[in-house]
Ligand binder design. Sequence first.
Ligand code: CA2
Length: 149
Amino acid sequence: MSRTVFVLNGPNLNLLGLRQPHIYGHETLDDVERDCRALAVELRLDLRFHQSNREYEIIDWVHEARTVAGGIVINPAAFTHTSVAVLDALNAFEPPVIEVHISNVHKREAFRHHSYVSLRADGVIAGFGTQGYLLALRRIARLIDEAAA
Ligand code: CA2
């Protein structure tokens, strides 16, 4: 099993830490990437970290992951609640997928309670702040280790 893990971030997450800190905290996406890369060294993972506001780019990265990755950590942001296309792409990816939400989507508006991506995700983390990304990486590393054992 490949130790390459894609960390994919959906629309508006480039604004992380710059707006709405009461919901999403003060860390920027660059901070999240730095923390993920530091943990990846410990977990012996090779990280590909991406963010896009364009649905097709997220889909193209999932397709690319099919050929090289042992897992995907994805915060699809608003595409979580709207995108059958992202779900279809993830359904064509076999290794583990962990869905991450910084906020507790279940404590928020009703439209955030449904996730297309959850129909595919092997695990979902919500409401742990940006620490959720690190927990997701630990889970993916464990699943990769177990598959190799
Ligand atoms: O809680 C999460 O991680 C979300 O995936 C974030 C999405 C939201 O649509 C989901 O329902 C839950 C929004 C990402 C936008 O992030 C921003 C961060 C700072 C300022 C503005 C937007």
